[in-house]
Design a protein around this ligand. Structure first.
Ligand SMILES: *Cc1c(COP(=O)(O)O)cnc(C)c1O
Length: 391
């Protein structure tokens, strides 16, 4: 499959080689669990992989799921992609398939992934080493000790820390290790980890790919040889995306490029305006030239995303009071939808870390994480200014 023929904006809408037999401009919803065969010989040919065909939807063998996966693969410039019932399903199948000799995590990772590693996967005897971003010596040492999988998120939650994907891939590959990037915050519009040297890329499709806070899904994309064992875990753990959700997600992807362009532009406008606010101590946004990861972000990203975090001038209680004052921003976890959301990471995504660990990682009680939606940025700024006015 070639992905270079069309620009990414076009590939959000058109999937090469996926014309519908009856002329539908998109692949319709096959809300079908099984597929009928004319005779036993035909069934055996498909079951044994000697002929392409559809078989059973839990296997991902369904036209609606296939066309979604072809589109996701194309957006990430990958051989293939597998769609899952959630981001955590994609992450757990990937780690179960590829992390048997241990895993090195770089920087901040999603709370659910951290819990999976520390609780469930630890109980299976999988060693996990945590390494700070940019510490090449620690990464080298961890890989020397035998780990064969490096896992990272960039931009990371909630500090928007940027990790240099190409640099990590170079170090990991010297040791024969694979690199997995959770690129949920960036989307394929802003960042393509496989092009930068990563081996697998993961998304929680629940966020920007779905984009409307109305579906839960996940994806992993990469080389066919790496997807094969992940596919086996997906099949036998029963983690495949439902055809109904796959259809909704395909529809959402059609507008991904347009939505992300607006998320990027609005977040930058708001980040710049918040820099001048007297009750905001710091604005964490990769698009600001003074942000520590800006140079790397400018190199590896095409846009800086819709997520930004404010360090406000107040303690935990005062920060919660600001969060409670918003009118347009909804106080809610999650991100990446058309609606703007606000959350206080110390009380939500990073609640399970003890306060000293949070402080050491720069996750103060005074942080407010904003998911900038597609509303008018003027209205969002008005809401921010009135909420911050109580400080
Ligand atoms: C939300 C999220 C996940 C988990 O995705 P679900 O769809 O909720 O399972 C994983 N990684 C990141 C960065 C996320 O934001």
């Amino acid at each position: 499959m070639t992905h270079t023929h069309w620009h990414l904006a076009t590939r959000c809408i058109h999937v090469e080689g996926h014309a519908d037999a009856l002329g539908s401009p998109h692949t319709p919803l096959y809300d079908t669990t099984t597929f009928r065969f004319p005779d036993t010989q035909a069934l055996c040919e498909v079951a044994e992989g000697r002929r392409r065909g559809y078989f059973y939807s839990r296997y991902g063998s369904n036209p609606t799921i296939h066309s979604l996966e072809a589109r996701l693969a194309s957006l990430e410039e990958a051989d293939g992609a597998l769609a899952f019932a959630s981001g955590m399903a994609a992450i757990s199948a990937t780690l179960l398939a590829h992390a048997r000799n241990g895993i090195v995590c770089i920087g901040e990772i999603y709370g659910g992934t951290r819990a999976l590693l520390q609780n469930q996967l630890a109980s299976l005897g999988l060693p996990v080493t945590e390494v700070a971003a940019g510490n090449t010596t620690a990464l080298d040492n961890a890989l020397q000790a035998g780990a064969r999988l490096v896992y990272l998120e960039t931009p990371a939650n909630p500090t928007l820390e940027i990790i240099d994907i190409a640099a990590v891939a170079e170090t990991a590959h010297q040791h024969g290790a694979r690199v997995v990037v959770d690129s949920t915050f960036a989307t394929p519009v802003n960042q393509q980890p496989l092009v930068l040297g990563a081996d697998l890329v993961i998304h929680s499709a629940t966020k920007y790919l779905g984009g409307h806070s109305d579906l839960t899904g996940g994806v992993v994309a990469g080389a066919a040889v790496l997807l094969e064992p992940i596919d086996a875990w997906r099949r036998n753990l029963g983690q495949t995306i439902a055809p109904e959700t796959a259809h909704l997600l395909s529809r959402s992807l059609a507008t991904l490029d347009v939505r992300v362009a607006r998320h990027n532009a609005s977040a930058l406008t708001i980040a710049q305006a918040m820099k001048a606010h007297p009750r905001v101590r710091q604005v964490l946004y990769p698009g600001l030239p003074e942000f520590p990861g800006h140079a790397v972000a400018a190199r590896q990203m095409r846009g800086f995303g819709g997520m930004l975090t404010l360090a406000v001038d107040g303690d935990a209680t005062a920060t919660s009071a600001v969060a409670d004052r918003f009118g347009l921003f909804a106080l809610a976890v999650s991100l990446g939808g058309v609606e703007s959301l606000v959350s206080q990471p110390a009380l939500t995504s990073h609640r399970s870390l003890d306060p000293a660990t949070r402080a050491a990682r720069g996750i103060g009680d005074n942080l407010l994480r904003l998911s900038i939606g597609l509303e008018s940025p003027d209205d969002l700024l008005t809401d921010l200014n009135q909420a911050l006015a109580i400080l």
